[in-house]
Design a protein around this ligand. Structure first.
Ligand code: UDP
Ligand code: MG
Length: 330
């Protein structure tokens, strides 16, 4: 296919995906070959303990547009995306899962919207195949809850599968947030945003790398970085319980209620509210603490396939650079 001047970067965070990574690479390369644009595939290996990184590196001999950024350990999906977009050169950047849950064909729709003048085109999930009812229900509840309590307009039912114009990527690169919630940050940045809908597929191989623990952490990062509602909640709960106790005082003057039982109930209620409020304060405080330490967000142990890796990153990280195979085409 005759190529035009446009370069699109695809960023793929990878954590223990050895079972499916070769299929992902082949599928994407086949897709890329049939498009008028050129593509670069930027894999960020997020400290995989399996052979994912090696398998990606091996495929460099087959395809010259494969780049690899290796983390020194597992820093998490959101930081893998954060790092990946800092290494991109494209006019537009697409972020997608490395398990082909996000179909490459949707990228064509995204590019069309981008050509129409949109700066962010996010993928909105119509259905989620192969995901548990629990995951679907909690995800739906979370997105709706978050929308109610934040002041940024984070679209419903979207993950991190999206296309961003390079000016949006430029803005994201300036944001140095510890524990980033990327999809919230993209909404916060603004510009012209729109959606394309798609059917989310089952993963081609392996299991989800998002256990409940990681999902809860992501949800907490979303809340604490974009909403002050839980902090205000303590005030409301406190006010509510004061009104409640005054009401109780008044009614107890006229009725005979089992005071002991009620006292126990009230005690538990108060302790619950207090602990919840302290916990919430703690979550915010931890964010401040994280930010004040000024550690690098992640550590890159190795890059493969870049010509000038250092210039891509604005962190103090140490590189062992391997530039393999053919020259990197800009
Ligand atoms: N991932 C990652 N680091 C992690 C967890 C996941 O880089 O700590 C990658 C993973 O390999 C995949 C993407 O992030 O490419 C999304 O994860 P996953 O597909 O497991 O999540 P799900 O689609 O089930 O929500
Ligand atoms: Mg997935």
């Amino acid at each position: 296919m005759e190529k035009n001047q446009e370069l699109i970067s695809i960023v793929l965070p990878v954590y223990n995906e050895e079972q499916g990574i070769d299929t992902t690479i082949d599928t994407l390369e086949k897709f890329a070959a049939n498009q008028p644009q050129s593509f670069e595939l930027i894999f960020v290996d997020d400290g995989s303990s399996d052979k994912s990184a090696q398998l990606i590196q091996n495929r460099q001999t087959d395809y010259g547009n494969i780049r690899l950024v290796e983390f020194s350990r597992n820093f998490g999906h959101q930081l893998a995306i954060t790092a990946g977009i800092r290494y991109t050169k494209g006019e537009a950047v697409v972020v997608m899962d490395a398990d082909l849950q996000d179909p490459p064909a949707v990228i064509v729709d995204m590019i069309d919207k981008w050509h129409e003048g949109y700066d962010v085109v996010y993928g909105k999930r119509l259905s989620r195949d192969g995901e548990s009812l629990f995951k679907k229900a909690t995800a739906a509840a979370f997105y709706r809850g978050l929308k109610r309590i934040t002041n940024v307009n984070i679209p419903l039912d979207t993950g991190d599968f999206r296309l961003m114009d390079k000016q949006v990527v430029y803005q994201l690169r300036q944001m140095n947030e510890a524990d980033p919630f990327v999809r919230g940050m993209v909404s916060w940045v603004g510009f012209k945003q729109t959606a394309v809908t798609y059917e989310r597929q089952e993963r081609i191989a392996g299991i989800s790398k998002y256990p409940l623990r990681k999902m809860i952490r992501l949800a907490m990062d979303g809340v604490t970085s974009f909403s002050s509602f839980p902090l205000q909640l303590a005030n409301w709960l406190g006010t509510g319980s004061i009104i409640f106790s005054i009401g109780y005082l008044i009614t107890s003057l006229f009725t005979t209620m089992d005071t002991i039982h009620f006292a126990v109930f009230a005690l538990f209620l108060m302790v619950g509210i207090t602990l919840l409020s302290i916990g919430m304060l703690g979550a915010y405080l931890y964010r401040v603490f994280e930010a004040s330490r000024k550690r690098p967000l992640y550590i890159v142990s190795k890059t493969v396939g870049f010509r000038h890796p250092q210039s891509q990153n604005n962190h103090q990280t140490y590189y062992k650079t391997t530039i393999k195979g053919r020259a990197y085409q800009q």
